[in-house]
Design a protein around this ligand. Structure first.
Ligand code: PRE
Length: 378
């Protein structure tokens, strides 16, 4: 491609060194964090999880170019401070998206890398400004951009003076509605054939659903990606944006474990983080597990209420079913080296409250029926 004067040419491969991370080397670089920075505590939890998973870079958006003007637009400068502070505490690098000259000015000295999002891939004025800074730029592929247009956008940054460009495939628009976008994995190979720049993959925006992140991440590494940009939120259900595609910290750990093996099998390295067992890190793990336990107990209770509505009031308690459940859970507890007595006691409490809520819900239902159709009248 004749106009790829700086971005073109397959070799020598560009390696972008930032602190202790080298993007485009043998190591697979994991970038993780929430779509949007929401609070200091959220970012500290996210940073701890990224670190534990072997991530090198913390992400978090503070200027959000959202499809709807009514969606959360980001915390701006306050958010960058939360992002940078959380990254620093964990010894991570950090990246945030810039959307115009003002946002670039505001963050450039506070973060280690800049990101130009898919919607701004052909914002040529912004590309030229990013070319004037001495920070690596992650350049996402536009929603409907060809690989050539994407590489020419990189050329803009490089021609303006900044050679540190990292290409990021994040899914393109196709006719397929089951995923948010269609991850174009062949773009990794094509971009690497045409350019020496490192290529990373963002499976989160491509899929728009967290159940596909693990397989797409593994596929991306196998396809030659130099890194992954994965959305992870300490509590995705409460995320202000992109909750459904964000991994939980536990899921992020699992993906990291899997990446270690895939990276090895294709001659790359990914080093999963070691869990630093500080009091704070351990408590943060407990907090996350507790959150999941209570949330799942609430889900269980909702189902129990539905079951209750299918039974007669005097048949709500079903000791045979309770016995059945325990007969499955006690061996599981033993297998997991949990005291069976502990599980039995917890479940006796669960059943008691389940029955109570079923009775309450049935009585309320009956009361409603009565007020709708009082005895003796129509
Ligand atoms: O399976 C049922 O029939 C339920 O009502 C659910 C449930 C439970 O919480 O698991 C609740 C009360 C019964 O005593 C047994 C089980």
């Amino acid at each position: 491609m004749k106009d790829l004067k700086l971005a073109g040419g397959k070799s020598p491969k560009s390696m972008i060194e930032i602190g202790e991370a080298t993007i485009g080397g043998k190591e697979i670089i994991l970038i993780g964090g929430p779509c949007a920075v929401e609070s200091s505590i959220q970012m500290r939890k996210a940073a701890a999880s990224v670190k534990r998973s072997g991530g090198k870079i913390l992400r978090g958006g503070v200027f959000k170019p959202r499809t709807s003007p009514y969606s959360f637009q980001g915390l701006g400068l306050e958010g960058v401070n939360y992002l940078a502070e959380a990254a620093r505490e964990e010894g991570l690098l950090c990246v945030t998206e810039v959307i115009d000259a003002k946002s670039l000015d505001l963050v450039v000295d506070r973060v280690d890398l800049l990101q130009i999002g898919a919607r701004n891939m052909q914002n040529f004025e912004l590309l030229k400004l990013a070319g004037k800074v001495n920070k690596p730029v992650i350049l996402k592929r536009g929603l409907s951009a060809t690989i050539e247009e994407w590489l020419l956008a990189a050329e803009y940054i490089m021609a303006a003076g900044n050679p540190q460009v990292i290409l990021c495939e994040r899914g393109i628009r196709t006719f397929e509605p089951s995923t948010r976008n269609t991850l174009d994995l062949s773009a990794v190979g094509v971009a690497k054939e045409l350019s020496h720049l490192p290529v990373i993959v963002d499976p989160s925006h491509a899929a728009g659903r967290r159940d596909l992140i693990s397989s797409l991440s593994k596929a991306a590494v196998a396809a030659g990606a130099d890194g992954l940009l994965i959305e992870m939120h300490p509590n995705p259900e409460e995320a202000l944006s992109d909750g459904p595609q964000s991994l939980t910290p536990e899921q992020m750990m699992t993906v990291a474990q899997e990446l270690e093996q895939v990276a090895q099998s294709v001659g790359r390295i990914f080093v999963r983080g070691k869990t630093e067992e500080t009091l704070e890190a351990l408590r943060s793990e407990i907090d996350q597990i507790d959150h999941t336990i209570v949330k799942r107990l609430s889900d269980r209770m909702e189902i129990a209420k539905k079951i209750g509505n299918k039974k007669r009031l005097d048949r709500v308690k079903d000791t045979a079913r309770e016995r059945d459940i325990l007969q499955r859970l006690v061996p599981l507890a033993e297998e997991l080296q949990l005291s069976p007595e502990f599980v039995k006691r917890i479940y006796s409490c669960v059943f008691e409250f389940s029955v109570q809520s079923q009775i309450k819900s049935k009585l309320m239902e009956e009361n409603e029926l009565e007020s709708y159709c009082p005895i003796g009248g129509k």
